[in-house]
Every structure is written in structure tokens, then in C-alpha cells.
Design a protein around this ligand. Structure first.
Ligand SMILES: *[C@@H]1O[C@H](CO)[C@@H](O)[C@H](O)[C@H]1NC(C)=O
Ligand SMILES: *[C@@H]1O[C@H](CO)[C@@H](O)[C@H](O)[C@H]1NC(C)=O
Ligand SMILES: *[C@@H]1O[C@H](CO)[C@@H](O)[C@H](O)[C@H]1NC(C)=O
Length: 402
């Protein structure tokens, strides 16, 4: 009897707590209009304010339709769990000069947030990409980023799309425990500086079952990335998955615990790569593992480049001072679009330590084949089938891309 009563009480509690989440509809509660021209900014901020001060869970709903949003910064800390359930398409102003800074939608200093619902953030970047001057200037104009997560904890973003951002699609900074699941990034191959998801100074970031098509890096891991899991992600077009570039700025934090597993890259300019600047600031990047990766017609599929120097913006004579260690590339198969299939160029000041290559089978079918593997300042531990045979070719200098 006592047990049955307990079961009944638990069932009631579960019912009660799930029914408790208050729903705020931006249209019916705050006068938003899905007419594609009214600004969603004020309704969304008002809904957020109400949700944020509520001491019980709240669900903000943005129903199907097309909304225009000038800019929004949703700030915490908040009192309870908030879910933002987006079914609609939210569009940014087309003109980059409509933005006062490099922000479009920002989530800041919040914890226990869920964003879901199948909705789309459309950055309408087409007109902006031509205005990106990064290939000419060291400090290029900061165009708005579609989604920023600044100092956000315990957060899940699932079934959401970001498309055509004017700059990076997603920037994750200073976060603890943030997961992107069944996430989609979509931008054309020709779009400039539109990294899919960029992570910096964050601990426990997961990117799972995600599809990223873009013009720049699929996932890029900047300084201070720790415990990052990239699993079952498909990339392409774009520039591949990269750690770095590291060592450019003073005060960079170390990188550790990067796990890229079961990913497929198709028609990307690079595969999996670690890049550090020559003549760099000191730093460390360790415990980085790339496993079960399929490459379809990928340029430079496996790269460590400690002489990363796009647009000749650096002094190539001095070696990188970033120490790379504990790195593995395992079970990587498919086809290379370039003759340079495996290129491991480490720093002569800080040779790579503890690098392992196992079961790599990457074919290059071009007329000047077969593919080659070049190395410097590294003596990797080898096992399993390895094609091309590691470290057998003479090093040639290639100019890295962005
Ligand atoms: C997020 O976690 C960090 C580290 O535990 C903590 O200092 C910070 O206050 C948390 N932020 C919020 C918004 O809860
Ligand atoms: C991470 O956040 C999720 C909510 O998104 C939560 O369920 C989980 O317990 C958190 N994990 C850790 C290690 O804090
Ligand atoms: C990766 O794929 C292998 C083989 O299909 C599977 O056994 C493993 O659980 C997968 N791991 C992840 C993290 O997806």
C-alpha cells in the first residue's frame, strides 16, 4: 500500500511539474507579428524579461511564420529553466550597416536554457560577404554573427538551423556544458568567414548529429577549448574541422580534450587540421583525437600546420611556440582531392610529442598521384594499414588558406 501510494505521488509530481511550465507566446502575449516586416525585438525582449524573472520554468513560443528581428541580446542570470521554442523563420536585416556591432542574436550569462522547435535564424548575409575585407587586412571588419553564446551554462540547442550568417554562424565563448544536437548550418561555399560553430574558452561542448554546409571552417576550436566532443557531424562544403589557429594573441588559453568521432567530410578544402602561427605566443594544445572519419574528395585531409600563415601576415622564420602533444588520427578513410594527403609540419622549436597514426587509407586519384605524406619535427607512432605511407615525401611549402 505504502509503495503504491509512493508511485501515485511520484506520478502526480511528474504531471504537476511538467504542467507547470508557463507558456509565453510572443504573438498573443507580446504583440509580435509574423508579417516579415514588424520588428520582433521588443516582443522577444519583453517575453524574455518575464521568463527570466519567473521562479518556475517558462516556455517562450515563436510560432510558424516569418519574423524580422533587428537585434536581440537575451541576458541572464535568470531564476529558472527557460525553453525558447521556435517554429518560425527569423530574419536579420539585410544591410550590414543596420548593426551597431558584430551581434545579431546573443545569449549572455544564462544557465539552464533550451532552444528547440525546428526554427531558422536567417542572417541574410549575401549582401555582406562582399564587404568582408579579411583577405586584405589583419583586423577585418567585424560583421554580425548569427548566434552568440557568451558565458552560458547547461544549455541545449536542438533542431535549430542557422543560415547565411554575415560572419560566423555560431560563436561559443566562456560557456560550460553546452550541446548542439541535430543542429544545421547552411551557407554557400562562396560565403566568406562564415565558420559553422566557433568555440573558444569553453568547457564541455558537444556538437552531435549535426550538418554543416558553409564557406569557412565547419567547426573551429579556438584557444581555451576544453572537452569538446564533435560526433556524427557532416561537413561540406567548407574548410573542414580545425583546431586553431593558435598562438597569434597574447594571453591565449591552452586547448585540451578534443574528440572528433564518426564524422564525414565531403568536398571540403581541408579535412581535420591543427594550425598554429609561426613566431607565435607560447601555448599548449594537448589530448586531441580524430577517429572514424570519412573523407570524400577532401583537400589536405590530415594536417598539422605549425607554419600557418595565411596572406603572409607573419614571420615564417621563427618557429611556433605552441607545444602540440597527445594527438591521434585513427581510422580515417576515403579520397583526397590533393596530392598532399597527410601533412604533419610541427614546430622546430617545439616538435610535436605523442602523435599516433593508425588505420589511415586515403586515396588520391589525380594524374600526378599517388598521394604523399610529408612530415617535419615529428616522429609519429604508426600502426595498422597506412596509405599513403607516413612521412615518406619531401616537404613542399604550401600557402595555407584561411
Ligand atoms: C556558469 O558557470 C560558471 C562556472 O561554474 C559560474 O562561475 C557562472 O556563474 C555560471 N553562470 C551562470 C549564468 O550560471
Ligand atoms: C549539462 O546540461 C544539461 C542540460 O542541458 C544537464 O541535463 C546536464 O546534467 C548537465 N551536465 C553537467 C555535467 O553539468
Ligand atoms: C561510431 O561508430 C561506431 C561504428 O559504427 C560505433 O560503434 C560507435 O558507437 C560510434 N561512436 C559514436 C560516438 O558515435
Amino acid at each position: 500500500m505504502a509503495i503504491e501510494l509512493n508511485v501515485a505521488v511520484v506520478a502526480l509530481l511528474v504531471l504537476f511539474s511538467s504542467a507547470q511550465s508557463t507558456v509565453i507566446d510572443v504573438v498573443s502575449n507580446y504583440g509580435a507579428k509574423s508579417d516579415g516586416s514588424s520588428d520582433l525585438s521588443t516582443p522577444l525582449l519583453n517575453a524574455w524579461k518575464e521568463a527570466c524573472k519567473s521562479s518556475s520554468p517558462t516556455k517562450i513560443v515563436i510560432r510558424k511564420g516569418t519574423y524580422r528581428l533587428s537585434q536581440a541580446t537575451l541576458e541572464g542570470p535568470c531564476k529558472s529553466h527557460i525553453e525558447i521554442y521556435i517554429q518560425g523563420t527569423i530574419k536579420a536585416p539585410m544591410n550590414p550597416s543596420a548593426f551597431k556591432d558584430a551581434n545579431w542574436v546573443v545569449f549572455s550569462h544564462v544557465s539552464d536554457l533550451t532552444i528547440s522547435g525546428g526554427g531558422v535564424f536567417d542572417g541574410q548575409g549575401t549582401a555582406a560577404w562582399g564587404k568582408n575585407e579579411c583577405s586584405k587586412n589583419k583586423f577585418c571588419a567585424a560583421l554580425p554573427i548569427n548566434l552568440r553564446f557568451n558565458f552560458v551554462n547547461n544549455t541545449l540547442i536542438q533542431d535549430i538551423t542557422t543560415k547565411d550568417s554575415k560572419q560566423f554562424n555560431v560563436n561559443v565563448l566562456g560557456c560550460n556544458n553546452i550541446t548542439f544536437q541535430r543542429f544545421t548550418v547552411s551557407a554557400p561555399e562562396t560565403s566568406l568567414n562564415t565558420d559553422g560553430i566557433h568555440i573558444g574558452r569553453s568547457d564541455l561542448v558537444k556538437i552531435l548529429d549535426t550538418k554543416i554546409e558553409t564557406g569557412d571552417d565547419c567547426v573551429s576550436l579556438g584557444d581555451g577549448s576544453k572537452n569538446v566532443y564533435v560526433e556524427r557531424v557532416t561537413c561540406g562544403p567548407g574548410h573542414g574541422i580545425s583546431v586553431g589557429s593558435l598562438g597569434k594573441w597574447q594571453g591565449e588559453e591552452d586547448v585540451s580534450g578534443i574528440f572528433v568521432k564518426n564524422c564525414t567530410l565531403t568536398n571540403t578544402q581541408n579535412g581535420v587540421r591543427i594550425k598554429t602561427w609561426p613566431a607565435s605566443q607560447p601555448g599548449k594544445a594537448t589530448d586531441m583525437h580524430f577517429e572514424n572519419i570519412i573523407m570524400n574528395n577532401v583537400g589536405f585531409p590530415v594536417i598539422i600546420d605549425q607554419e600557418y600563415c595565411p596572406w603572409n601576415q607573419c614571420n615564417l622564420k621563427a618557429p611556433s611556440s605552441v607545444q602540440l602533444s597527445k594527438i591521434s588520427f585513427k581510422n580515417i578513410r576515403g579520397t583526397s582531392a590533393t596530392k598532399e594527403v597527410i601533412r604533419l609540419v610541427c614546430s622546430k622549436g617545439y616538435p610535436c610529442q605523442g602523435v599516433e597514426l593508425a588505420d589511415i587509407d586515403l586515396k588520391f586519384q589525380g594524374p600526378d598521384g599517388p598521394g604523399v605524406s610529408e612530415c617535419s619535427n615529428i616522429s609519429p607512432k604508426l600502426s595498422g594499414t597506412l596509405n599513403p605511407k607516413p612521412c615518406t615525401a619531401k616537404l613542399t611549402r604550401i600557402v595555407g588558406d584561411a
